[in-house]
Design a protein around this ligand. Structure first.
Ligand code: ASP
Length: 609
């Protein structure tokens, strides 16, 4: 229908006759001349229709915002003084000669042109097909497409095969709840949607595929936090006969190429940090290294202190006392400290002790001290001196303290570090990637009960016997790529030896029977020449979010779900007909019936004759 895209026109097209198809972005009447800004995927162009062409003029006059028009006309230079430098096609305009209305539009529920502002996300999601007409949204989706194209090209160049794995499958443990799909042909049985293609990609290595990738949809039924979606996309990668260093290198090179080509950002080699160091220095396994603040351990200075808040954690082997120095923080008003105290409460901290450092030459705990704080009087002078020395605090600084179980201190001070760093505008650079390595294999969830930190197929660094006797000490060959405090991707070398896989299942409290029942295929595969293999997966949505500067992953997903895992546009999930449930052998419990339709709709689905 069209000869050109609106947004592609410029002075090189002057005097050409073009046919454009697009939406009316804005219509203006100027003393008998009508101006239409016509919009398509590539941008806007101004079309002028004057009364010399009465038919076109009448059609333009009838056209309203978001009408779909086909316009034929001649490209001409705009009159001097009427150019628009903010528009790529702003030097020219199209003198419209013929206009056809291809589709009318009701007044949209919110303006899609420059008047768009303060439109609630619910409305945007309900009318997502309109929301995505906005150039901002279109640009993000276009950028996303560039990311996947570049990644496909990179991986293809490096010999990776794109293989699809099933969506209807068995549980693939990644630590979240499964989405279940009832089977009609085997009533009472359920498929699980994949939390990741993990086991299939490992089996492809056993099949000898050597290098695999897939841009894969994954499904996790979690209570949603701000940056999660129940279905999301991974760039899923697996390789054989490569060690962890090689896998990190090939995927780091991919990230470097991506940022260079799409954003012009040049990365140096990514620094490596062990999980233990990351937790110690930043209270997080995904530290934002743009932020210069660091946690400093001070528990050893407190074991003789009587102040209960510190004495308890100082003596508890699972406790931690850490200090966080905020340069210039002594000027912080009380209200700000109160706000931070509330903030750390979200992470389970019972309070937030602090010391304002007014004069480092005057450190003692009595009257007239250079340290100002409700807790100074409880701490002996030598402990105070050591704190100042260890944190490197100078005049005008403030030191926050976290004292509790290590987990609470890490969560609370780790989050506070991020918040203070942002609030006080302390970030030192724009991008800070790194690898976090040497994760523990397991995390204790209760008395002697362990869960995987990554997933149960991750290779430990130790041998089978050591794993059995001391699972809590086992370190895995796992690695996470972190950028600006966000985990971009993570992976590991995998277990390729049957005894080790069985030992890990056992450490996780999975009995032989259960392991056989759930993972027979994997255990079988490990008996038939499984190569050493490993891989990783990047979260595509988060990657695109970071690269586009979007504030939510919903803004880089075409049709996302809300925090309560609903689609406001299609109203999924939705109740189903009683007949469908009957076919599946399912009867709803009373409490689940509330949302279901009271009667079966009379429309019968068309069935094959
Ligand atoms: N399957 C893992 C995940 O989804 C990634 C990997 O280990 O490759 O987190």
């Amino acid at each position: 229908m069209r000869s050109h895209y609106c947004g592609n026109l410029n002075q090189s097209f002057i005097d050409q006759t073009v046919t454009l198809c697009g939406w009316v972005h804005r219509r203006r009447d100027h003393g008998g001349v009508i101006f239409l800004d016509l919009r398509d995927r590539e941008g806007l162009v101004q079309v002028v229709i004057d009364p010399d062409t009465p038919e076109a003029f009448a059609t333009a006059d009838k056209s309203r915002s978001e009408y779909v028009l086909k316009i034929t006309g001649r490209v001409r230079q705009r009159y001097a003084g009427t150019e628009n430098s903010t528009m790529p096609s702003g030097q020219i305009e199209v003198l419209g000669k013929e206009i056809e209305i291809l589709a009318q539009s009701e007044t949209p529920p919110f303006p899609l042109n420059d008047d768009f502002s303060n439109v609630g996300e619910e409305t945007r999601l309900k009318f997502r097909f309109l929301d995505m007409r906005r150039p901002e949204m279109l640009e993000r989706m276009r950028f996303r497409s560039k990311v996947t194209t570049l990644i496909r090209n990179y991986l293809d160049r490096h010999g990776f095969l794109d293989v699809e794995t099933p969506i209807l499958t068995r549980a693939t443990p990644e630590g979240a709840r499964d989405y279940l799909v009832p089977s009609r042909t085997q009533p009472g049985s359920f498929f699980a949607l994949p939390q990741s293609p993990q086991l299939f990609k490992q089996l492809l290595m056993v099949s000898g595929f050597d290098r695999y990738y897939q841009i894969a949809k994954c499904f996790r039924d979690e209570d949603l936090r701000a940056d999660r979606q129940p279905e999301f996309t991974q760039i899923d990668i697996e390789t054989s006969f490569m060690n962890d260093e090689q896998i990190m290198q090939i995927t780091e090179d991919m990230a470097v190429e991506l940022f260079d080509q799409l954003l012009g950002v040049k990365f140096d080699a990514f620094p490596r940090m062990t999980y233990a160091d990351a937790m110690r220095r930043f209270g997080s396994d995904k530290p934002d290294l743009r932020n210069p603040l660091e946690l400093v351990d001070v528990a050893d200075l407190m074991d003789k202190v009587e102040f209960k808040v510190f004495a308890g954690p100082a003596k508890d082997p699972k406790g931690r006392i850490a200090a966080l120095r905020v340069p210039g923080g002594a000027a912080m008003p009380r209200s700000q400290i109160d706000e931070y105290t509330k903030f750390v409460g979200i992470y389970g901290a019972k309070g937030l002790a602090y010391i304002k450092v007014n004069d480092v030459s005057n450190i003692h705990n009595g009257e007239g001290s250079g340290l100002q704080s409700p807790i100074v009087k409880f701490l002996p002078d030598d402990a105070l001196k050591a704190i100042i020395e260890r944190t490197g605090a100078g005049n005008g600084d403030l030191i926050f303290f976290g004292a509790d179980k290590a987990r609470v201190v890490n969560d609370a001070l780790g989050a506070l570090r991020v918040k203070v760093g942002n609030d006080q505008k302390l970030l030192t650079c724009e991008w800070a990637p790194l690898w976090v390595v040497d994760f523990p294999m397991f995390e204790e969830i209760g008395d002697g009960q362990w869960t995987s930190v990554h997933h149960p197929f991750t290779l430990p660094k130790c041998d089978v016997e050591t794993l059995k006797t001391n699972p809590g000490e086992a370190i895995s060959v796992a690695y996470d790529m972190v950028l600006n405090g966000t985990e971009l991707g993570g992976g590991s070398l995998r277990i390729y030896n049957l005894d080790m896989q069985k030992a890990v299942f056992k450490a996780l409290g999975i009995s032989d029977e259960e392991a056989n029942e759930k993972f027979e295929f994997l255990l079988d595969a490990l008996k038939y020449g499984a190569p050493p293999h490993g891989g990783l997966a990047f979260g595509l949505d988060r990657l695109v979010m970071l690269m586009t500067g979007a504030t939510s992953i919903r803004d880089v997903i075409a049709f996302p779900k809300t925090k309560t895992a609903e689609c406001l546009m299609t109203h999924a999930p939705a109740p189903v007909e009683a007949k469908q449930l009957r076919e599946l052998g399912i009867r709803l419990r009373e409490e689940a019936k509330v949302a279901a339709p009271a009667t079966t709709p009379t429309t019968t689905p068309v069935t094959g004759a």
